[in-house]
Ligand binder design. Structure first.
Ligand code: FAD
Length: 445
């Protein structure tokens, strides 16, 4: 049995340019895997049904499939794998509590798109799969269509969009925005009706319940510290060891802390700030009953959305804090920035109280494409780095990874192309020197 070394991993994937080492142990993140750290929760989590506490993994076991990470990706992979192979032992190891990563902290905007992929049919199939899953498992998660406003901030963009034959029928002028949603900040907006929203935390708890129902075992507070490749692979947690024929790594933005893909992906921090619950009268007065999702396209985009419970929120990208960072160093400043941006756009709404704030991390690559597919000896699979837009892709990749692992046939597995096409992110020193200040220059003012 040998550990996946940087060299073996690069040879195995044929990805000479990707200095993504294999697995933790040899090249541990500076701070390594989070053990027994406490995560604050989001507003979403306080509104979702709570999952009964799951046990900590202890002792020694031999299983068919181990999944590292209990978010949408890991839980979907576990669910489909167990459906395809009912006799398999399938377990999910989660370092904190199930769903406590990005899957319970996001903005809930779902679309039939993969970041960095021009292909349209596969994402649509992925979207339909997520939709069927929600129906089949009767997950009450407020999944449904909505109208998205693409908010414009420059005169040039407004001028171009208002005369563009594709957009002008959906064109909302600056005057109409002032009148209907009480903002003088924008130069106009484009109305888009093919968007969906979902309650993120209800969706991830629904994933966990569906996985439990088909016989998956979930373990919480069971961080994976090390994976040694081989057949079987050997996985270590603080109080246990598992030998597994197959492994799926579904740790998204936290992956570099496990010592993996440190040269090809990096975490970005986000902050969300929400109002108190608005009354129906306020929701109508602010035009939130028909335009509840609003998006500003920048290099670091801004989302505004109304939750099904009537809280209106702003979500901003804060930037890069470090390769192994899961917590933004100055949350008070993040909150002040979010409040400032909110107030500039919607002074009338921000005045009535911004009560709930939470942070989150997303996994990114320089070209904006995911890292997904088999690595090492072929019995270790990974699906991470959805570049900030991963609700549908994470569920669909969970399914496709389960297909690859169990041998279930689906030609869409061709889209799990491993690390191909990725380019190197500068090393730690240059990353700090370039990425940190570069992104903070791009941060919205
Ligand atoms: C603020 C914010 C807004 C977003 N908005 C949207 C949006 O509107 N639309 C959209 O499509 N996407 C959005 N996203 C992205 C989306 O939430 C993610 O792409 C998606 O949740 C990824 O799911 P996942 O299961 O891969 O990762 P996660 O949900 O992060 O799950 C990974 C899990 O792995 C666990 N873990 C990490 N290391 C270990 C270890 N060593 N051992 C065991 N477990 C480990 C973590 O604790 C975590 O629970 C947003 C994300 C954030 C943070």
């Amino acid at each position: 049995m040998k550990k996946i070394s940087r060299r073996n991993f690069m040879l195995a994937t044929g990805a000479g340019i990707v200095a993504a080492p294999g697995i933790a142990g040899l090249i541990m993140g500076e701070r390594g895997v989070e053990v027994d750290s406490v995560r604050s929760t989001s507003l979403w989590t306080t509104q979702a049904p709570s999952l009964p506490q799951q046990p900590r993994f202890e002792g020694e076991r031999k299983v068919d499939l181990v999944i590292v990470g209990g978010g949408y990706t890991g839980l979907a992979c576990a669910y489909y794998a167990k459906k395809f192979r009912p006799n398999w032992s399938v377990i999910v190891l989660e370092s904190h509590t199930i769903g406590s990563g990005a899957s319970s902290r996001n903005s809930g905007a779902v679309s039939a798109k993969y970041q960095g992929l021009a292909e349209k049919d596969m994402p649509q199939r992925g979207f339909d799969r997520l939709s069927r899953f929600i129906d089949a498992e009767k997950i009450d998660c407020n999944f449904g269509p909505t109208t998205l406003l693409e908010m414009l901030t420059s005169k040039e963009a407004a001028q171009a969009a208002s005369v563009d034959p594709v957009h002008n029928k959906n064109w909302i002028s600056a005057a109409a925005l002032r009148e209907r949603i009480g903002t003088g900040y924008y130069t106009g907006a484009i109305e888009n009706t093919d968007s969906y929203t979902v309650h993120p935390a209800k969706l991830v708890i629904g994933h966990a319940q569906a996985a439990l129902e088909v016989g998956v075992e979930l373990f919480e507070h069971s961080p994976v510290l090390d994976i040694e490749h081989g057949k079987p692979a050997e996985i270590s947690t603080p109080s246990g060891k598992i030998r597994a024929d197959n492994v799926c790594i579904a740790t998204n933005a936290y992956t570099p802390r496990l010592g993996m893909f440190k040269a090809s992906m990096y975490p970005l921090h986000q902050y969300t700030l929400a109002t108190r619950r608005l009354s129906n009268q306020e929701i109508t007065a602010f035009g939130l009953d028909q335009w509840n999702l609003r998006f500003e396209e920048h290099t670091l985009p801004i989302t505004f959305s109304l939750t099904p419970s009537g809280h209106f929120f702003i979500r901003i990208v804060l930037g890069y804090a470090g390769l192994d960072s899961s917590i933004w160093p100055d949350l008070a400043a993040a909150r002040r920035l979010a409040a400032h941006l909110f107030e500039k756009r919607y002074p009338g709404i921000s005045n009535i109280g911004l009560e709930h704030g939470w942070s989150g991390v997303t996994g990114h690559t320089l070209l904006g494409q995911q890292i997904a597919g088999p690595i090492g000896d072929g019995n270790i699979h990974v699906s991470v780095a959805y570049n900030g837009s991963g609700i549908m892709p994470s569920h669909n990749n969970g399914y496709l990874t389960a297909c690859q692992i169990t041998g279930h046939s689906d030609s869409d597995t061709q889209f799990l192309s491993g690390t191909s096409g990725q380019i190197l992110v500068p090393s730690g020193f240059y990353r700090n020197l370039l990425l940190k200040p570069g992104l903070s220059l791009l941060a919205p003012a």
